[in-house]
Ligand binder design. Structure first.
Ligand code: KIV
Ligand code: ZN
Length: 390
């Protein structure tokens, strides 16, 4: 079955960098941008050029460096922002301006002290102005997650007429449920005149832990771009995690959707971003966490040793992890102990294994995790004369 392509719009360097205390310098941003290009992302959101001279410099230098991906700069619906972004992007092979404005009642009333008609006018003016600098203009309707669908459709229709090539529908506060976010995309697909001229994009925040689920609901309902970050980093509880959406689409081929990402680079990219940002990846993080392919309970270990697929839906090699790990703890069984003992050079007979296992249990009760060196000690402690062949 031929698959529909979902564009991956990486915003690690913009929304991702809005994590408190995780500022990157230009050098680090260049290294990460190059890595994202190599990973296969379609669009790199390099920064918010008007926000600081440092951000301008980073967007300018990333624009000069990147060979394949589109390079994008964020703006508000403000002329000066758009001019500065256009200047920062002028050396990009494929430049994109990402402009927009809040569309929910709360943004219109409290942020802008404005009204719906004026918001549409400002949105249209921003897109039309951005179009005078670049062909590729993405419009974001900030807080679209809490914007009524009929007004959102009116805004989308107006900005498509002004030339928007991509319509970003952000769930800025991470409020939506997957059904609701999916239904929003479906509504826009079915009710916005001219929708075929633009691509719908998902931009979801993780305040309720639903960013990935919402993005997947979005693409199932017609969106063809996902905005995400490596390790799901970002403002507050973060953004949709790139590695998660990529692997969900790959593990569910019947959805008929795929990306250009080289998944074998996911683990290394995750580590690289984590180190540069000084932000550790939680061990139980899906796809790239240290425990994502580690098995510690006896029943699971026995299954995985017999056949990896009993307890793993992803081949670790597909995301660049060498192999599944069998972690020895007090909950491990004989199969796991025999497996790990063999890796350090001991072929145990059934009788030997029974004795070593009793010694192992006493040891494991005192220690959280039994390591390779401990296995030698445990075997010695049994008094059995078993030689290691390694
Ligand atoms: O979450 C959001 O609404 C954003 C926009 C600025 C695109 O990050
Ligand atoms: Zn955001």
């Amino acid at each position: 079955m031929s698959k529909d392509k979902v564009d991956i719009f990486d915003t690690t360097l913009r929304d991702g960098e809005q994590v408190p205390g995780c500022k990157l310098d230009t050098e680090q941003k260049l290294i990460i941008a190059e890595r994202l290009d190599y990973l296969g992302v379609d669009i790199i959101e390099a920064g918010f050029p008007i926000s600081s001279p440092g951000d301008f410099k980073s967007v300018d230098q990333i624009s000069r460096l990147i060979k394949n991906a589109t390079v994008c700069g964020l703006t508000r619906a403000v002329k000066k922002d758009i001019e500065v972004a256009a200047e920062a992007l002028k050396h990009a092979k494929r430049p994109r301006i990402h402009t927009g404005i809040g569309t929910s009642d709360s943004h219109i009333k409290y942020k802008f002290n404005s009204n719906k008609e004026t918001i549409i006018e400002r949105a249209v003016a921003a897109v039309a102005y951005a179009k005078t600098f670049v062909e590729d203009v993405e419009f974001y309707a900030e807080d679209a997650g809490r914007t009524e669908n009929d007004f959102l459709a009116r805004v989308c229709e107006a900005v498509i007429r002004a030339g928007a090539t991509v319509l970003n529908i952000p769930d800025t506060t991470g409020y939506c449920l997957p059904d609701e976010y999916g239904a929003k995309m479906k509504y826009l697909k079915e009710n916005v005149k001219g929708i075929d001229k633009a691509k719908l994009s998902c931009h979801c925040h993780n305040d309720l832990g639903l960013a990935t689920a919402n993005s997947i609901a979005g693409v199932i309902n017609g969106a063809r771009q996902i905005e995400c970050t490596i390790n799901g980093i970002g403002e507050r509880a973060g953004n949709t995690a790139l590695e998660e959406v990529v692997m969900i689409l790959r593990q569910h081929p019947y959805l008929g959707l795929d990306t250009n990402i080289n998944s074998k680079l996911l683990f290394d990219t995750s580590q690289m971003v984590s180190q540069n940002m000084g932000m550790m990846v939680q061990p139980n993080k899906a796809i790239v966490g240290a425990n994502a392919f580690a098995h510690s309970s006896g029943i699971h270990q026995d299954g995985v040793i017999k056949n990896r697929e009993t307890y793993e839906i992803i081949d670790p090699a597909d995301v660049g992890v060498n192999e599944s790990s069998i972690v020895l703890t007090a909950r491990s069984g004989r199969a796991a102990l025999a497996y790990r003992a063999k890796l350090v050079g001991y072929e145990l007979t059934k009788l030997q294994l029974d004795e070593v296992y009793q010694e192992f249990l006493k040891f494991a009760d005192r220690k959280k995790e039994v390591l390779d060196d401990d296995i030698h000690f445990i075997i010695e402690a049994t008094g059995l004369n078993i030689e290691s062949v390694s």
